[in-house]
Design a protein around this ligand. Structure first.
Ligand code: GLP
Length: 237
């Protein structure tokens, strides 16, 4: 696992954006794994700004989002579908047919999970995946206790995760369940970049740095991957 400490959130976002855009320049048909949450917002802002200059950045890129809530409409302000439109897809030249997000309204979520895994395989697997970090160590929506050999599946969200993600739900309850790539699904990405910013992530970063691998701390699974870069800002260190 390689670590880079950036001065602040802006520097972290700029570094993440340049990693993403360099990867696309080197491999225009890249398959990207993409996160949501507050942390990657600055990265997406920079990617969008740079793509306005460099015509056709995303023309042949394929994206798979890590996760989605169960049971809310696609156009709900809290859905990850909406998040991705707002922060990236509406502003770049990506082909909507190449953007995959689990369907949290599918009638059978097990079938949907299998369909998602199949779509990933058909696309050739993840090339580069960006991850955020939950303060309890979750990656995507793999909460503590998730087995490392998990694939795309439905999860019950912990109270702390629901609280942390409540901003976009205003006075409505945050969904109780989500559909998420599993830990093995993520670990199959050829390269992984984990982003962590701010004092809220400090405890999780301390725990990650111990190197101890345990299902009680999902991000620790990343230690078994050959190519992980952790971008962390000073406030999170
Ligand atoms: C949600 C997402 C995760 C994300 C986490 C951290 O739970 N499902 O993929 O990493 O939030 O979010 P934030 O970046 O807002 O701290």
């Amino acid at each position: 696992m390689n670590w880079e400490t950036l001065k602040d959130y802006d520097a972290l976002s700029a570094r993440a954006a340049s990693l993403l855009l360099d990867a696309i320049s080197g491999s225009p048909k890249l398959v990207l794994g993409l996160p949501t949450g507050n942390t990657p917002v600055g990265m997406y802002e920079r990617v969008v700004a740079d793509c306005r200059r460099a015509y056709r950045c995303f023309r042949d890129v394929v994206t798979f989002n890590l996760d989605e809530y169960v049971g809310i409409p696609r156009d709900h302000p809290g859905s990850y579908f909406t998040f991705m439109q707002q922060h990236l897809f509406a502003h770049v030249d990506i082909d909507p047919a190449n953007t995959f997000i689990p369907n949290g309204r599918a009638p059978d979520l097990k079938v949907e999970s299998e369909r998602y895994e199949r779509a990933l395989r058909n696309a050739g697997g993840l090339g580069l995946t960006f991850l955020g970090l939950g303060s309890n160590g979750h990656i995507a929506f793999n909460e503590p206790g998730t087995p490392f050999d998990s694939r795309t599946h439905v999860v019950a969200l912990s109270e702390s995760t629901r609280r942390a993600n409540s901003a976009l739900f205003l006075d409505q309850p945050v969904p109780t369940h989500a559909i998420t790539m599993g830990i093995t699904t993520i670990l199959e990405s050829r390269e992984i970049v984990l982003l962590a910013s701010g004092a809220r992530k400090r405890e999780a970063i301390v725990r990650l740095r111990t190197g101890e691998q345990s299902a009680a701390f999902p991000a620790s699974a990343l230690w078994s991957h050959p190519s992980v870069l952790v971008l962390v800002d000073e406030a999170a260190m």
